[in-house]
Ligand binder design. Structure first.
Ligand SMILES: Nc1nc2c(ncn2[C@@H]2O[C@H](COP(=O)(O)OP(=O)(O)OP(=O)(O)O)[C@@H](O)[C@H]2O)c(=O)[nH]1
Ligand SMILES: [Mg+2]
Length: 441
């Protein structure tokens, strides 16, 4: 074994691996996909880039559905072997979630580690989770993903054991019992994670209940990952939420206050969506997306610099998940972001195809004033005129009304403060007990 001296004088041993040549990525992934139509795998490349993996080649096999045992057809698998060698790939990544069997067989055939899209996404989430809840959610999703694979490994070993006579009457193969133990440990861990998540969530429910007591009208930003949701939140509310040209930068919902026309709103930034979102994550993040469900108004943010077909696919992917998690039919505004990236022709096309959308740029500020007016209008449409008599002792209520109504008329009378204002209908009910002669609508 060669012994080298490192620069600080300590001796280091290098095992097998030759010294890395500078600038050469450690993980060199070759991307494969079995898809009904040709695809350029740009999104998988972005996912890998976000995960810190270089891509050195790609093959898409057009077929109705993936091969049950191998994902790609056997002929295709033979065909790519020399390509993998030529590209010097040390990792193969499939653009779909593989069954444990597909993964195992493909690894055996290609003699390289094989990962799938779900594993890449889970890895990114694991790297980006900061809050206690986010970390628990990601660990839970990872365990559930691994459990399925362990089960595959387990039946695999069982078969090996049976075939080779490992074990014997009444005994279990050592591999098998180890995996049984691992599975039991994983199950215990899943139970404990679920319990802790419940606890964290009930805390968040308390916070939310408090916010709801304040009854500020709320707006949620939802949309595909990298669409510019956080940037928009920052520009509109003057905050500094993290923004990066990476997928799934935001995992935890962040709420800020937004002032529009003298009124206060709450605006929440949420986790981004992606096509073929691993179902483990949909489950894990359903509670986080609860914020989206509870918002009075939804801004669906789309990256308008994408080609039309991709834009439609991204929009659909988001709508599908929203539907899946049971987001009802609360009012939404489609926000086409990154307008600064568009030429005149594309602007016209967008105006023609998505006439009711707001075209904005969170970076240059273009269109934001109009968007703010639209937000205010949405709430205005559901406004009620109220006339209230609030006792002097209830200063808090008066302050709250100022916040909610922006402009209001107040007259001091011997019985208290007489207030006339326009309030969002959902909030107006709260003040019914102060109503003078019933509130007019
Ligand atoms: N040119 C341009 N770039 C933008 C605009 N808005 C956002 N970006 C860029 O798009 C990238 C993603 O922005 P984010 O705000 O992090 O996107 P996000 O939707 O929050 O993404 P996730 O949190 O990953 O889901 C960043 O590099 C931003 O600078 C825009 O209006 N114009
Ligand atoms: Mg974000």
């Amino acid at each position: 074994m060669p012994v080298e001296k490192s620069r600080d004088g300590r001796k280091t041993q290098t095992r097998y691996a030759p010294p890395e040549s500078p600038g050469r990525a450690k993980q060199r992934a070759f991307m494969v996909a079995a898809a009904p139509q040709a695809d350029d795998l740009a999104e998988l490349r972005e996912l890998l880039r976000t995960a810190g993996v270089a891509t050195v080649g790609e093959v898409v096999q057009v077929r109705d559905r993936p091969h049950a045992n191998l994902y790609l057809g056997p002929g295709k698998v033979d065909e790519i072997k020399p390509q993998l060698a030529a590209a010097d790939a040390n990792l193969v990544v499939a653009d779909d979630e593989l069954t444990p069997r597909q993964q195992r067989n493909l690894e055996a055939e290609l003699d390289l580690p094989v990962l799938d899209r779900t594993a890449v996404i889970l890895d990114i989430f694991a790297g980006h989770a900061h809050s206690a809840e986010g970390k628990l959610q990601v660990e839970l999703a990872q365990l559930e993903y691994n459990m399925a694979r362990m089960r595959g490994l387990w039946t695999h070993l069982e078969r090996l054991g049976a075939g080779r006579g490992v074990g014997g009457i009444g005994t279990r193969g050592p591999g098998e019992s180890q995996i049984e133990t691992d599975r039991r440990l994983a199950r215990d861990r899943i139970t404990s994670l679920r319990r802790r998540l419940d606890h964290v969530r009930s805390n968040r429910a308390v916070q939310r209940a408090e916010r709801e007591k304040a009854h500020l009208p709320s707006v949620a930003l939802a949309g595909y990952t990298n669409a510019g949701k956080s940037t928009l939140l920052n520009t509109l509310t003057g905050s500094e939420v993290g923004v990066r040209d990476r997928l799934f930068h935001t995992l935890d919902p962040t709420t800020r206050t937004l002032r529009l026309g003298g009124r206060t709103y709450l605006m929440t930034d949420t986790v981004g969506f992606i096509r073929k979102l691993p179902h483990q994550l949909v489950d894990a993040f359903a509670a986080t997306l609860e914020e989206t469900k509870r918002a009075d108004l939804l801004l669906h943010v789309v990256d308008a610099s994408a080609p039309e077909e991709e834009l439609l696919a991204m929009t659909r992917a988001v709508e599908d998940v929203l539907e899946e998690i049971g987001v009802g039919d609360q009012p939404r505004i489609l926000v086409l972001n990154k307008a600064d990236q568009l030429d005149d022709e594309r602007r016209h096309e967008l105006a023609f195809r998505h006439g009711d959308a707001s075209l904005v740029s969170a970076v240059t500020g273009e269109g934001l004033e109009a968007l703010q007016e639209r937000i205010a209008d949405e709430f205005e449409r559901q406004m009620r005129d109220v006339e209230l008599l609030v006792p002097f002792s209830e200063g808090g209520t008066i302050a709250e009304l100022h916040d909610l109504a922006g402009d209001l008329d107040r007259t001091d009378t011997p019985e208290g403060v007489l207030i006339t204002a326009r309030l969002p209908a959902v909030l107006a009910e709260r003040f019914d007990r102060y109503a003078v002669n019933g509130n007019s609508r």
